[in-house]
Design a protein around this ligand. Structure first.
Ligand SMILES: [Zn+2]
Length: 274
């Protein structure tokens, strides 16, 4: 049989997810780019007013023009039009908050925006079902697993941890430690304004120093991970698993029984064992 690898035959992937579309994202993205790290920024289409995030703060909500520039090379995803409690608002408001946010963000990116992070992290099955119907394909919670597993349900995508987790350095060690013989994802989330508030930008600098610039890690946005795993799950196999058809537009990498890295090119059929 075989097991999934990430693009290029890698066993490790890293993604970041930061919320609320604030001016401190500029510094965060600078640090990420210095280390080749990529991620997803979850924005509220109705709050891009350019004013302070909280009264008197020097940290502002980015305007649509700023958003267009700042997040180049990163993924932009939904976070509710006005940052509502998704499970508390009437269901029509939930629809409006999601649709308006998508529309505002798609107007900026000129591309489909189908990712999301739950405002306040709250999610319940009814909300997940509604979001699915509105074309949202994944949404991040605020649950920390302190693990590196791939999500079981993309609409309840739990992170490895928040950046303020005291075990962060330990988790980096565990992630980079001995091979686990299955693909591992490190998923970090937070708000970049927290680095200013707590005066601890060194936390993310150390994290990126440790985790960035490595050939063996796939640095990806949330949506790229969703697309890749979806492509892997779409593979069609013979009953014995000795040949695979890849009906998607994404090359899929896997490890075969002989521990060889195999690439199943988009749109083709391949024998996994020779
Ligand atoms: Zn938020």
């Amino acid at each position: 049989m075989y097991r999934m690898l990430f693009p290029g035959g890698r066993e490790w992937a890293l993604t970041l997810s930061y919320d609320d579309g604030v001016s401190t994202d500029i510094r965060l993205i600078g640090i990420m780019k210095d280390h080749g790290i990529r991620g997803t920024f979850n924005l509220n289409g109705g709050l891009m007013h350019g004013r302070p995030r909280t009264e008197g703060s020097h940290i502002t909500r980015l305007t649509p023009d700023e958003v267009r520039e700042v997040y180049r090379g990163m993924e932009i995803a939904c976070h509710g039009y006005t940052h509502p409690f998704m499970e508390q608002v009437p269901s029509d408001v939930l629809v409006g908050e999601t649709v308006l946010d998508r529309m505002a963000l798609e107007k900026i990116t000129g591309a489909p925006v189908r990712g999301m992070a739950y405002p306040y992290g709250t999610n319940i099955p009814e909300v997940r079902e509604r979001l699915k119907a509105l074309g949202i394909v994944y949404s991040r919670t605020t649950v920390s697993t302190e693990k590196f597993d791939l999500p079981e349900d993309f609409l309840a995508w739990h992170a490895t941890c928040h950046h303020r987790n005291a075990r962060l350095p330990e988790l980096c060690d565990a992630f980079l430690g001995a091979a686990s013989r299955r693909p591992r994802l490190f998923y970090l989330w937070g708000h970049s304004y927290e680095f200013d508030d707590a005066d601890n930008w060194d936390v993310i600098e150390r994290f990126c120093d440790r985790m960035g610039g490595k050939q063996e890690i796939w640095y990806a946005t949330n949506m790229e991970i969703y697309h890749y795993i979806s492509a892997y799950r779409a593979l069609v196999s013979t009953l014995t698993g000795d040949a695979l058809y890849n009906p998607t537009d994404t090359d899929v990498f896997l490890m075969n029984r002989k521990e060889e890295i195999v690439r199943v090119p988009a749109g083709s059929t391949l024998r996994t064992e020779e």
